[in-house]
Design a protein around this ligand. Structure first.
Ligand code: AMP
Ligand code: MG
Length: 418
């Protein structure tokens, strides 16, 4: 397969650090999505696969920033009121059909093209009408309230760069240049399975020893939020043959296969063997908490991601490693999410040499001093730690003890979840 080269995931028993995992992913994962032209109103959240170059200046003509009166600055008395006859009217979309004359004022409205001649617009709130004439107070600056042609961007400028994930304002920008469509990545076709004999479909009666499959619903939403077309292929039993058959089937007609569970090294963790039999698997034992095992590989030529089973570990590994990988498969240029600095409002002890993510709630918004409050139950199976919080605090490998008041990196869920 093109995306994950042969031996770059191999490691000898040691735990791999996040930075190393990221660097490897960046090196070996490249775009698989094809490009398709898409109408702007359908392109939200897609990865842009072309540079969008402005074909026109925007704005295309000098225009008024306010409702008021367009005048020649040199007609104004700098020390006293000036009286000018109002002998033209210019509304948005209706340019004046003649040059303006010295000594006249033109009634003009926001967005209306500046007539030839005048350089300055008086705001109507700062003027007074006397019959057909406008009385202009002294003190305006030359060029005030005039928006210049091309001041936003000029013909030939690159206004959107290839590889960005399209936001509403980006689509507006493309439209402002006259574009109706942009070239974007086709949705990745993602196959999704859960694995585990203990799993039961929500809505069904819970048998003895069973739990509801929550990962599949959460991962489905994560994938959909990234613009994947998800095939929900259900729950796989902890049984090697059926697991292998299901994975082989999924490799046909998909660009990506995602599973959860079964990637540890327990007797009932069969995903590893199944994928190895069908393609290649690189099991990463990551130096992180939560979420240690993460499997990456390929089935035939199709990239494979084996997420952990514990729900919190699923979310953390998905958001920090798998999400950027999927965005790269779609052609994104800078898929790492931004972190923000906040102040920790708690004490925390941690093991050296591993990265740790804590679920926190933010307090103090509005006071200019955002503080992270640690959710009290941080176990890898505690789903409510994700529900009751605003995001993740990321603690570096070197840290062993965090004191209240320390600045820490914060990844808001709103930055990475749809
Ligand atoms: P595993 O890696 O398969 O041993 O799973 C680790 C833990 O995650 C076990 O407690 C599983 O019951 C739990 N788990 C695995 N898959 C899911 C799932 N789809 N939904 C909720 N919990 C799961
Ligand atoms: Mg399992």
């Amino acid at each position: 397969m093109a995306q994950l080269s042969d031996d770059c995931f191999a490691q000898e028993g040691r735990l791999m650090r996040v930075a190393e995992a990221r660097a490897l992913l960046e090196e070996v994962v490249s775009q698989v999505s094809e490009a398709e032209p898409l109408a702007l109103h359908l392109a939200l959240g897609r990865i842009l696969l072309e540079d969008v170059v402005a074909r026109i200046d925007v704005p295309p003509h000098d225009n008024s920033a306010v409702d008021g009166y367009a005048v020649f600055f040199d007609d104004l008395d700098p020390k006293a009121e000036t009286l000018l006859p109002v002998s033209a009217r210019i509304a948005a979309g209706h340019p004046l059909d003649r040059p303006a004359r010295r000594g006249e004022a033109a009634r003009i409205f926001t967005g209306a093209p500046m007539p030839e001649g005048p350089d300055t617009v008086m705001m109507q709130e700062d003027c007074r009408l006397e019959g057909e004439r406008v009385v202009i107070a002294p003190g305006i600056q030359k060029g005030a309230n005039r928006r210049a042609r091309g001041e936003d961007f000029a013909a030939g400028d690159i206004v959107l760069r290839r590889g960005i994930r399209l936001r509403p304002q980006d689509l507006g920008q493309a439209a402002a240049t006259g574009r109706r469509e942009v070239l974007v990545a086709k949705p990745l076709r993602a196959a999704l399975f859960s694995t585990g004999d203990e799993l039961c479909e929500p809505g069904e009666e819970l048998g003895p020893g069973k739990i509801y499959d929550s990962n599949r619903t959460a991962i489905h939403a994560l994938l959909t939020g990234l613009g994947c077309a998800v095939s929900d292929l259900g729950i796989l039993a902890d049984e090697p043959d059926s697991l292998r058959a299901a994975l082989a089937g999924a490799a046909r007609g998909h660009d990506l296969i995602v599973t959860s569970g079964g990637v540890s090294v327990g007797d009932e963790d069969h995903v590893k063997q199944a994928v190895e039999a069908l393609g290649k698997l690189h099991l990463w034992r990551l130096a992180i908490k939560p979420g240690r095992p993460l499997a990456l590989g390929q089935i035939g030529a199709v990239p494979f991601v084996g997420l952990p089973g514990n729900p919190v570990a699923v979310m953390v590994t998905f958001l920090t490693l798998v999400r950027p990988m999927i965005l790269r498969l779609m052609g994104a240029e800078a898929p790492e999410p931004r972190r923000f600095q906040v102040r920790a409002d708690f004490t925390h002890k941690k093991k050296k040499d591993r990265r740790e993510w804590l679920r926190v709630r933010l307090t103090g918004s509005g006071t200019g001093d955002l503080r992270a409050v640690k959710f009290p139950r941080q176990g890898a199976g505690i789903l409510s730690s994700l529900v009751e919080t605003d995001g993740l605090v990321e603690l570096p490998e070197d840290l062993t003890r965090l004191e209240p008041g320390t600045m820490v990196d914060f990844l808001p869920f709103s930055e990475v979840c749809p």
